[in-house]
Design a protein around this ligand. Structure first.
Ligand code: UGA
Length: 516
């Protein structure tokens, strides 16, 4: 027996909360889904034509289920809208049968556990609101990645704030990756639900499973206890990151020998026990998850007195940092230690393709090292990042950056690379490839409204959107090569480029995991 679910609330309108809410709403037309955030600007963006998150397929999806559907969606419009966005936490929480917690849980940067532990300030703040307003019997679901044992903590917190009121706490970690969020949510490898090992805990798990069963095959919905579920989330990310650090460590060997890291990866990936995924050598992993989750796993091990386990996992992060340092060092060495007077162009700022997320950007780390060498100019192009986000990240990383005046942001990759002494490919965007015919897995959503189609001229979202390119046309390497200046180095940090083809254009190429 399960509870009837009429209202679902998702707390946190970010990369996880927004897409998750939209997919839940799409597949459960009889359930009202409301997304809460305390930032009114963010809520407004989710209600506007320009969502705060760039994800392939998301615009169409949100438009089809949002309370103000527009025409042109590929989904049916013959349905009642059932997705809303709001700042009114008291009203929304009070009627929710299920409350998903999808707020930020970054690494704690101060006090005990600084640099390793999880900063639970936003999560706890949101939980206090939930404790104050949730209706008796509501099911609270941890969607954010949280330290192991958080469900127990939440249970204690709820019984302290609302003694005697029944609540169930579930763990239901998110496995979506940025840039493929809609795809991952629509066809998940598995849905993991952890519950208390009590009859009411299992019943709550089945109620939540009922929402997913609307589109996920039953055999893909896995029920465990809450600790297993919380730990499995951290371990999934740690294992994926470990594969990247492992292949990157091999890339360093390849660069000093005659081996090619892509050939090695292909050869080992054909072993069914190893498999081909997450073996692409590059600049290391960026983004807001892997480094943080490994730090959290190591912190957990350490707090259990398992220092060997902690240092084993920390090494995955250490190897990751070394990979970027090695790349920046290679650039500097190619210029014999002197970047003064040289222009460097950076292609890509986001931590991977198909996202405009600038957090934990690999480019930023590389730029920080290169700036130490006082180059004349660093020109940056990224197809999706907003200029203000790039500048904010750079200002945090290098506080005196605006005084140095060496950074220029471009909306055209060819202009960014014009007169450059070196071009650095930092993000794995398909449009940076020089191999025509290789179609990107996802293309830019051409149905995305343009500034002229939608808002008034003073809409800040539109202004920043119009500063971004409207297509993901492949860049023209012959044009770039022609307009570069000697020594015309191209550093391929992602192993994206066909080196032999590029060299025909008269540039020198240094690619990760290959001896140049
Ligand atoms: C990751 C996981 O893949 C998701 O399953 C998980 O849900 C998510 O973290 C999370 O915990 O929220 P994400 O960080 O969005 O997703 O991106 P990934 O596609 O995993 O890429 C992470 C980084 O590794 C990127 O910088 C990517 O370029 C790099 N990478 C990935 C490689 O360098 N080589 C590879 O073979 C794969």
């Amino acid at each position: 027996c399960t509870h009837v679910v009429e209202n679902v609330c998702v707390v946190g309108a970010g990369y996880v909360g927004g897409p998750t809410a939209a997919v839940l709403a799409l597949h459960n037309p009889n359930v009202k889904v409301e997304v809460l955030d305390r930032d009114p600007r963010r809520i407004q963006q989710w209600k506007s034509p320009h969502l705060p998150v760039h994800e392939p397929g998301l615009d169409d999806l949100v438009r089809s289920v949002r309370d103000d559907p527009e025409n042109g969606s590929k989904y049916s419009t013959q349905r009642q809208p059932n997705l809303n966005f709001s700042c009114d936490s008291a009203r929304v929480l009070a009627k929710a049968d299920i409350i998903f917690m999808a707020v930020n849980t970054p690494t704690k940067m101060f006090g005990v556990g600084a640099g390793c532990a999880t900063n639970m300030a936003a999560f706890d703040g949101a939980m206090r609101d939930v404790a104050a307003h949730a209706k008796p019997g509501a099911i609270i679901v941890e969607k954010s990645t949280v330290p192991g044992g958080t469900a127990d903590r939440v249970r204690k917190m709820l019984s302290a704030h609302r003694p005697g009121v029944p609540f169930e706490v579930l763990s239901n970690p998110e496995f979506l990756a940025e840039g493929s969020a809609v795809q991952n949510l629509t066809v998940p490898d598995r849905v993991l639900i952890g519950s208390a090992a009590t009859p009411t805990g299992r019943q709550a798990a089945r109620t939540l499973a009922g929402l997913y069963a609307a589109w996920v095959p039953k055999e893909r919905i896995l029920e465990t206890n809450t600790w297993s579920s919380e730990l499995a989330k951290l371990v999934a990310n740690a294992m994926l990151a470990q594969r990247i650090s492992s292949i990157n460590s091999i890339s360093a060997i390849c660069e000093r020998t005659g081996a090619d890291v892509d050939q090695v990866a292909k050869a080992i990936g054909m072993d069914a026990r190893i498999g081909p995924q997450f073996l692409k050598a590059g600049l290391g992993f960026g983004g807001s998850c892997f480094r943080k989750d490994i730090a959290s796993l190591a912190y957990l091990a350490e707090s259990l007195g398992l220092d060997d386990v902690a240092s084993y996992w920390r090494q995955v992060n250490t190897m990751n940092e070394r990979q970027r340092d090695r790349f920046a060092r290679k650039v500097i060495d190619r210029f014999e230690g002197n970047l003064v007077g040289h222009k460097l162009a950076i292609l890509g700022f986001a931590f991977k393709k198909n996202t405009g997320d600038t957090r934990e950007s690999l480019a930023m780390e590389v730029i920080r090292s290169l700036l130490e060498e006082r180059p004349a100019e660093i020109a940056i192009f990224d197809p999706y990042c907003r200029p203000e986000d790039i500048m904010r990240e750079l200002e945090i990383a290098c506080p005196d950056i605006s005084e140095r005046g060496t950074i220029k942001l471009h909306t055209d990759p060819h202009l960014a690379c014009s007169q450059a002494h070196a071009v650095l490919v930092v993000t794995d965007c398909d449009q940076f490839r020089n191999t025509p015919g290789k179609k990107p897995r996802w293309t830019h959503n051409t149905s995305e409204p343009t500034a002229s189609q939608t808002c008034s001229s003073d809409c800040t979202d539109c202004r920043s959107l119009s500063a971004r390119p409207t297509t993901s046309e492949p860049i023209e390497w012959p044009r770039i090569a022609y307009n570069m200046v000697e020594p015309k180095w191209v550093f391929d940090g992602r192993g994206l480029l066909d080196v032999a083809e590029l060299e025909k254009l008269g540039v020198r190429v240094d690619s990760v995991g290959r001896r140049a």
